[in-house]
Design a protein around this ligand. Sequence first.
Ligand code: HMG
Ligand code: MG
Length: 302
Amino acid sequence: MPLPTRVKLVEVGPRDGLQNEKTPVPTAVKVELVHRLQAAGLREIEITSFVSPKWVPQMADNVDVMAGITRLPGVRYSVLTPNLQGFEAALKSGPDEIVVFASASEAFSQKNINCSIAQSIERFAPVVDAARAAGIYVRGAMSCTVGCPYEGEIAPERVSYLAGLMRGIGVQHVGVADTIGVGTPLKVQRAMEAALKHYTLDEVSGHFHDTYGQALANTLICLQMGVWQFDASVAGLGGCPYAKGATGNVASEDVVYLLHGMGIETGIDLDKLIDAGQFISDFLGRPTNSRAGKALFNKRPA
Ligand code: HMG
Ligand code: MG
């Protein structure tokens, strides 16, 4: 399989990146982050989630963040919706895309969304129907496709089973997520192959957390399979409140450095992306988690 010549990055920093931050991040900071990301050339940005504020307080300002952003033509803005209640609230904010999120692991499904995998699919079905009737694209995130903090290793058959359920209710795209970052390339390849039993190469993406430093290797093996869509998070922010021990997503800056270094186009201005990463890291009061971001920033003239 030839490597893709162009890759689409979905920036998940404002959502996956910030959802796990303990101190509330002001709405204005979230909005400024989105503005900087789109100025850097990101064309797909996951903005927030319409989940229960009791479960994820950091996303409680979802309506205000969506209202606060100045939208650029050509940029697509997505939000997470766990149920019809979340979808109906999200609809008023005019997202271009919604994300329903299920787990390949039964235990993680219970911890994260308080229901079984089968119940989650039942809940998503009317959400998918309503979104598609409204002309909104539906992406599905599949969590714990390689490993689960509660169940350990996850077999590819479980991923294939979940992808089939997603396909069955009309989800248009699935993301294969290594939620806790335990995956290594061959395991990730098997999880991706399992998703590809139900979706085409144009309908899948990789979502890799970098807990064990494997995310770029996992990205590379997917590129070699022809996968051309990936989620990443500026400054390597991230983590899921219900996946203990999981650290951030792969840093967008590191993925862009990898891709540009391989001659693969992204449309992203790496310098401006580094500025966006610096902005949010400064706000959070800690250094960036992006290796490339840090190295290139340190090389800048004082
Ligand atoms: P539940 O408690 O079972 O819900 O939570 P319920 O239907 O029984 O309702 C209980 C209360 O929640 C009610 O309020 C509802 O109104 C309210 P009360 O009467 O007690 O005042 N409620 C809501 N409020 C706002 N928005 C909603 C909503 N739904 C119910 N949409 C629920 C079920 C799914 C809501 C809950 O478990 C939840 O919000 N979970 C979210 C967990 C989450 O956001 N996790 C992180 C995102 S997933 C992730 O990060 C993984 C990913 O990055 C990929 C990867 O890396 O794997 C995507
Ligand atoms: Mg995630």
